[in-house]
Ligand binder design. Sequence first.
Ligand code: MG
Length: 382
Amino acid sequence: MSKNITILGSTGSIGRQSLEVIAACGMEAVALTANSNVALLEEQARRFRPRLAVLADERAAADLRVRLADTGVRVLGGMDGLLEAAALPAADTVIASMVGMVGLRPTLAAIREGKRIALANKETLVCAGTLVLEEARDYGAQILPVDSEHSALFQCLEGNRDRGEVKRLILTCSGGPFYGKGREELRQVTREDALRHPNWSMGAKITVDSATLMNKGLEVIEAMHLYQMPVEKISVVIHRESIIHSLVEYCDNAVLAQLGAPDMRLPIQYALTWPRRVPGGPARELDLWHCGPLTFGTPDLDTFRCLALALEAARTGGTAGAVLNGANEAAVERFLRGEIGFLDIPEQVARAMDRVKAVQDPTLQDVLEADRAARACVRSAP
Ligand code: MG
């Protein structure tokens, strides 16, 4: 069970909910990091009194240093600060909840110190899953999933003694805000439409990914790496209610599912308290008697092309995941800035996947280069 925790990305949605869990479960936050949100990091630092507070943005860090001068909290800035927070000797656990590929280096730094990693940064595994898991094995770092689907799979796989008995992993997918719509309707979708998710409250990037179904595609690749399963043994089922968080089908056709209210604080807490469960956490109770019927359907891969592209990248392997992810991050940024339409996101990802060839058995350098080339390809697209 975790006691002393570093949060990489404490001002984001997962970071804020992690602090609620830490407070409720009597754990300690020893380091907090964020990108540039000075006001919120100051508030968190005053309440949780970590030893170290870091802002990636150097100018914001200088501002924070002045604001926290009376507290004794050490303040650092930039990538060096993030790496120091990730490797802080006082922490036994690092919650990796930065958004995007920028989380890769700090996560690797924490792994090399043998920390328990509560992993919420799916991009890290999508881009460099093989490398990250190899390092985790070499340094004896446990990786526990925070993503609700992967936490569900993890729970359904506990007690499984032989991976050969697993027939397939089934990831549930809410379908996002545009479920049931066709391509014509999606052409007109605005930034505001895409940012309205029916079940989960999350940051902007992941909410857009949930609307395109890229999020589910990234999660398939994440599951491949975490559970060492080929993509052919991973399926996606539409489940609008987000009550079942994922399922494991075994070779005798038994299917195990994990259910709960759609509340990220539950998988966060389990990643921190594993292998125990503790009462008194902040997650909501599931009221089965009033949650209504649970429904299941097939994802529409023609309309939501991002999911099909992710499955293609999963089959290709090597740096294909890094190309997919880098292109998607850049395309979502362009969509959020109003430069491209909703249906241009899969177009631009597909274009990058065509142009940037995948390298097999990549080094970290190959992964970073694939990411860079994919982003450049999207930024130079019309
Ligand atoms: Mg998820």
